[in-house]
Design a protein around this ligand. Structure first.
Ligand code: HEM
Length: 486
């Protein structure tokens, strides 16, 4: 019996398939093809690998969420994992027991910390540092956003004292993220297509990737071991501060006689993935916020008025739990995720067995991508003019938050069992950063003619798998009217 057809897709070239039809912003042509073929599921061929792209919330829910038992594997990444040594990060792990153990430790010992008062208090202190740095050296705003995100994540993982002063782990996290990002660009390293090349020695002509791999390996080991060993030393000296690593090691110690589902190496790995997953993502989301405010001064004013009102009435700093009293700011937060989703095609999943959907055959081994970019531009869900930054789309006409519109987190953070486990930490840190900036700063266009950075523009983004705004001209000044000192 013959198999059903594959989903529709653009014509393919011999050998390379659709490789050359994909730009550095693959989410855009994928959205176009989906519209052209009137199908929320399309199929591409990348040098022999079958790639299924899903462009609607219903398709991602039907496959990546409801059939997650077979849609949660990851494709191999020989350069990043085997050669550079990043395979200890559970983001790269196959769907199985090792991944499950890491993910469970993250959910049980790390995520709950984000809801604790200590986390919010220390994040507000970091936001205070952020404002001071932004006002002092506004041109270096990107560096300050990284520093803020680094302080939040490193304190959570290794304790507050690890995030002050020179804070070498923040720098390490930045280097690590860049190193991985360079390794996972599709087609950059031939060894990802021909894994046999991994055995070619460094001195062999054309084996420059082995030198890059060696450098990556040093970094990967440093990230995993150096902060962790410092932490253990502090624990022995009795100077360690409360954080994920200390809690997890104490939990391990307390069940020494009985068996624990994780061991010391799991703690090390989860701590490292937090720095890799958390720092750049939080910093870049805040950078997209500044860009959105520079381009939309009316939105900025409205959001500032709302924060002022609440602070005046309550005398308190509004938290993420205060969404209902700050509906406009909550709508700005949703629009931030929708307008420029940081990871527009997320991280590919891998289908582990043959499957069928909408009468199409989906072969085992296919990479499966949820195109968050396309979903978040679906006019049926988010109304017209989806390229514009319009928080109003999330509001009722009386200004209350319209909770029937799907929250963009349902696609911006990925899907199914692989959905981003750090989303609560991220949203909490971004919320505190955003509300602090709204309360204290005027954000606008720069009039400095000597400023050589890019003009703020909604398309001024770097390439790669993430949407990262290039440094742009902007002015960040203390607001003329200070309502209440928060
Ligand atoms: C705005 C900020 C963030 C965005 C937009 C984001 C987005 C994503 C996306 C799209 C995925 C892939 C999900 C999938 O495969 O379907 C992911 C995975 C992941 N993220 Fe995030 N993330 C953010 C912040 C964070 C933070 C703060 C952390 C850590 C504290 C984190 C840790 C991770 C980890 C460990 C994974 C791998 C999950 C797995 O493979 O099981 N992320 N994230």
């Amino acid at each position: 019996k013959s198999l059903p057809p594959f989903p529709p897709g653009p014509p393919q070239c011999p050998l390379v398939g659709n490789l050359f039809s994909l730009t550095s912003r693959p989410w855009e042509p994928c959205m176009q093809w989906s519209r052209e073929y009137h199908s929320d599921i399309i199929r591409l061929n990348l040098v022999g690998t079958s790639v299924i792209v899903l462009s609607s919330l219903s398709a991602t829910e039907a496959l990546l969420a409801k059939r997650s038992a077979i849609y949660s594997d990851r494709p191999p990444a020989p350069m990043a994992c085997d050669l550079m040594g990043w395979k200890y990060l559970f983001v790269f792990m196959n769907y199985g027991d090792e991944w499950r153990t890491h993910r469970r430790l993250f959910s049980q010992e790390l995520s709950p910390l984000a809801t604790e008062n200590e986390f919010r208090t220390s994040t507000r202190v970091s936001a205070h540092h952020l404002l001071r740095r932004l006002l002092h050296e506004p041109k270096d705003y990107l560096e300050h956003l990284y520093r803020y995100a680094g302080e939040v994540i490193i304190s959570l993982t290794y304790g507050g004292d690890a995030a002050v002063g020179e804070a070498p782990y923040i720098h390490l996290a930045e280097q690590g993220t860049k190193n991985i990002a360079s390794a996972v660009v599709p087609g950059r390293f031939l060894v990802d297509v021909l894994p046999i090349l991994r055995h070619v020695p460094e001195w062999f002509p054309g084996a420059g990737f082995q030198i890059i791999a060696r450098e990556g390996k040093n970094l990967a080991e440093k990230m995993r071991n150096v902060p962790f060993m410092d932490m253990k030393r502090k624990m022995e000296e009795g100077t360690a501060q409360a954080c994920f690593t200390v809690n997890a090691l104490q939990a391990l110690d307390s069940c020494r006689d009985s068996s624990s589902y994780f061991d010391e190496s799991t703690v090390k790995n989860v701590a490292a993935v937090t720095s890799i997953g958390g720092v750049e993502t939080i910093a870049m989301t805040l950078s997209i916020f500044i860009l959105a405010m520079v381009l939309n001064p009316d939105v900025l004013k409205k959001a500032q008025r709302e924060v002022d009102e609440v602070v005046k009435q309550t005398g308190e700093f509004p938290d993420l739990n205060d969404e209902d009293v700050l509906p406009y700011v909550a709508a700005v937060m949703r629009e931030l995720l929708r307008w420029k989703p940081l990871a527009p095609i997320g991280i590919p999943h891998r289908l582990s067995t043959d499957d069928h959907y909408q009468g199409y055959h989906l072969p085992a081994g296919s990479l499966v991508i949820g195109n968050a970019w396309a979903i978040l531009r679906d006019e049926k869900l988010y109304g017209p003019d989806t390229e514009a930054f319009k928080p109003e789309r999330f509001l009722h006409s009386d200004g209350k938050l319209n909770k029937t519109i799907p929250h963009p987190e349902t696609s911006a953070f990925g899907f199914g069992r692989r959905i981003c486990p750090g989303s609560h930490i991220a949203m909490s840190a971004v919320w505190i950063g955003v509300v602090s900036m709204l309360a204290k700063l005027d954000i606008g266009r720069s009039t400095d003619e000597t400023d050589e950075r890019e003009e703020p523009h909604e398309m001024a983004f770097g390439g790669g798998g993430m949407i990262t705004p290039l440094p742009f001209k902007c002015s960040l000044t203390l607001r003329a009217v200070e309502v209440v000192d928060i």
